[in-house]
Design a protein. Structure first.
Length: 313
């Protein structure tokens, strides 16, 4: 987890859609088997070779893809990182990139996208401190309003730009979702998790003991998460318009216009599958920070030079 490549391989497993279908009983069985393996107390009849063979079924042995590290509770299926590629979110991305958007369609697709993002941000937040439902509602409303406002505002500006030809205006409109979604994603993360900035998040020493609650670590956590939310939509909302502008000129799609939407859906899904692990691999989920950078009372409470905190995803 100290290298980008290591985190990338790890998160490829985390977003594995097969984790969405693991039953609670099978998950508990896998977690217990891993614990027994770590402590050298495997049940009778289970050999190390069999455990290693089971590791090829990574979706069974990755509780971090299903269980929240702070609460040890199962994350609701659609809001896991592996659920980011599920139909409701992929459909939202395709909708954002549809050409000739009306005001109503722009509002609808931005609402759908940010609604899902808000739930994902909340489900994968640092949960070392309780967060009231009212904070979730405030963050949700703020994220949706900011996304819709930015997207609608940019579309209106482009419509009023008389210098652009219709073809150029259409091409530019296809790129409007990126600045709208990127800006809204930052608002989404900050608003959904701003309680962490007020109360701080737990930081742990080398032995896993809680040293204190740090607002400085919370700022780092939110900044890192916000940066991933800016990088994430880049390939998703920038590459498909470029690719589709080329594909739509081919004889295949010109003669079969009904295939444009299915082809665009596949292109968006491929871009999403690439962008998601790349973005969330930028920073470790359990990030490290020097104690000298934290509040004085926390630095004095431990002899460790560094502490770790759950950044969230």
């Amino acid at each position: 987890q100290t290298s980008f490549y290591g985190r990338f391989r790890h998160f490829l497993d985390i977003i594995d859609p097969r984790t969405l279908f693991v039953t609670e009983s099978r998950l508990k069985e896998a977690v217990q088997l891993l614990e027994d393996y770590k402590h050298g107390t495997l049940p009778p009849g289970v050999t190390n070779k069999e455990v290693r063979a089971l590791k090829t079924l990574k979706f069974l042995l990755l509780p971090s893809a299903i269980i929240h590290p702070d609460t040890n509770e199962t994350i609701f299926m659609p809001f896991r990182m592996s659920g980011m590629l599920c139909p409701n979110n992929s459909l939202g991305v395709v909708g954002l990139l549809l050409p000739n958007q009306t005001l109503a369609s722009t509002v609808f697709w931005q609402w759908l996208n940010q609604s899902h993002n808000a739930c994902v941000n909340y489900a994968n937040r640092n949960a070392s401190k309780p967060s009231p439902t009212s904070k979730f509602i405030q963050g949700y409303l703020g994220a949706v309003i900011s996304a819709v406002s930015i997207a609608v505002g940019l579309n209106v500006l482009i419509q009023r730009a008389n210098k652009f030809t219709p073809a150029t205006r259409l091409l530019i409109q296809r790129f409007v979702p990126f600045p709208a979604v990127a800006s809204a994603n930052i608002c989404n993360v900050v608003l959904m998790r701003h309680t962490e900035l007020e109360e701080g998040i737990d930081v742990l020493d080398n032995n896993g003991n809680v040293v204190g609650s740090s607002r400085v670590a919370a700022k780092h956590a939110l900044l890192e998460t916000a940066l991933t939310r800016v990088v994430l939509p880049m390939p998703i909302l920038v590459l498909p318009p470029i690719i589709m502008s080329v594909l739509e000129k081919t004889s295949l799609l010109r003669s079969r216009p009904r295939m444009i939407l299915p082809v665009q859906s596949l292109v968006c899904l491929a871009a999403f599958g690439l962008a998601l692990p790349l973005a969330i691999s930028l920073f470790p989920q359990m990030s490290e920070i020097e104690t000298s950078q934290l509040e004085p009372e926390i630095a004095m409470a431990t002899t460790s030079k560094t502490v770790v905190y759950n950044k969230g995803l």
